[in-house]
Design a protein around this ligand. Structure first.
Ligand code: FPP
Length: 256
């Protein structure tokens, strides 16, 4: 099956040469995605920005299926940043309704696919209805053993690191930890991602070449892949193209 999926690649990306990923090669275990370009996609069509987000939600479904089909272990999707609260209220309200809308229609299929849902980010500021939908999905899917689908919601990489530093400082202050015991592993264990390995591949759509406060600690050795395609236009072929490019890179982690 993997061979067939590998052959489905479109090869429309201008920044790549290969049209197929190697189905016997390494599939990145953890893929993080910055889903960007919803607003511009909508503007191009004279539609309100929220129409772009709605279409973006459909892309989430497509990419979850694509990831599941080839055995990706973890997919982390940047759905709302700590900075996104600055957007117009109607847009924020809409974005906060999306998890419910997505889960209402998709949870059945996600269960069938053995997908485990989780959320990273600060839960405190989220509206009750958003949090409730996510907690229910986490609860219902907690024993699933397939793809782990993480939504980064009200997530900020710097806020996450500040939170970890405060927790560690409190432990030192209480005499439960010595400063010399602070190491990378300890810091990682105080992040939202404490139970999951760092991303192997980061995908960002829409032509922006930056990380925008996403997984600042965790991206230390991640391979980055950018495309000009807006998120609502991003298809399975683009996703597999990113994997094909990833497979051609040599990861050295600072060694030679
Ligand atoms: C960035 O594009 C996108 C977001 C801030 C929202 C991303 C959310 C989704 C794709 C839907 C998530 C779905 C679920 C199920 C939670 P932008 O609006 O900044 O685009 P622009 O840069 O073109 O304006």
């Amino acid at each position: 099956m993997l061979e067939r999926l590998g052959k489905m690649l479109g090869g429309k990306q201008e920044d790549t040469t290969s049209t197929t990923f190697d189905d016997k090669g390494v599939i990145p275990h953890h893929i993080a995605v910055i889903m960007d370009g919803n607003g511009r996609w909508a503007k191009k069509r004279n539609l309100p920005r929220i129409a772009g987000h709605h279409q973006g939600m459909k892309t989430v479904k497509e990419i979850v299926r694509a990831a599941d089909a080839i055995g990706v272990g973890i997919l982390t999707m940047y759905a709302f940043s700590t900075e996104n609260w600055k957007r117009p209220k109607d847009e924020v309200d809409y974005l906060m309704k999306l998890p419910q809308e997505f889960l209402a229609t998709e949870l059945k299929e996600l269960m069938e696919r053995n997908v485990r849902i989780s959320m990273i980010g600060s839960r405190e500021e989220l509206p009750e209805h958003t949090l409730k939908a996510l907690l229910e999905a986490e609860q219902k899917t907690k024993n699933n053993t397939g793809l782990q689908l993480n939504f980064a919601l009200n997530y900020g990489g710097r806020v996450e690191i500040v939170k970890a530093m405060k927790e560690i400082a409190d432990l030192v202050k209480a005499g439960e930890l010595k400063p010399e015991q602070i190491d990378e592993e300890l810091i990682s264990s105080h992040l939202y991602t404490r139970e999951i390995p760092d991303p192997d591949l980061l995908i960002r759509t829409s032509g922006e070449i930056r990380v925008s406060n996403f997984m600042l600690w965790q991206l230390a050795y991640t391979e980055f892949w950018f495309t000009d395609v807006f998120w609502p236009d991003f298809k399975r072929e683009h996703f597999y193209q990113a994997i094909a490019d990833y497979q051609r890179r040599a990861r050295r982690y600072g060694a030679v």
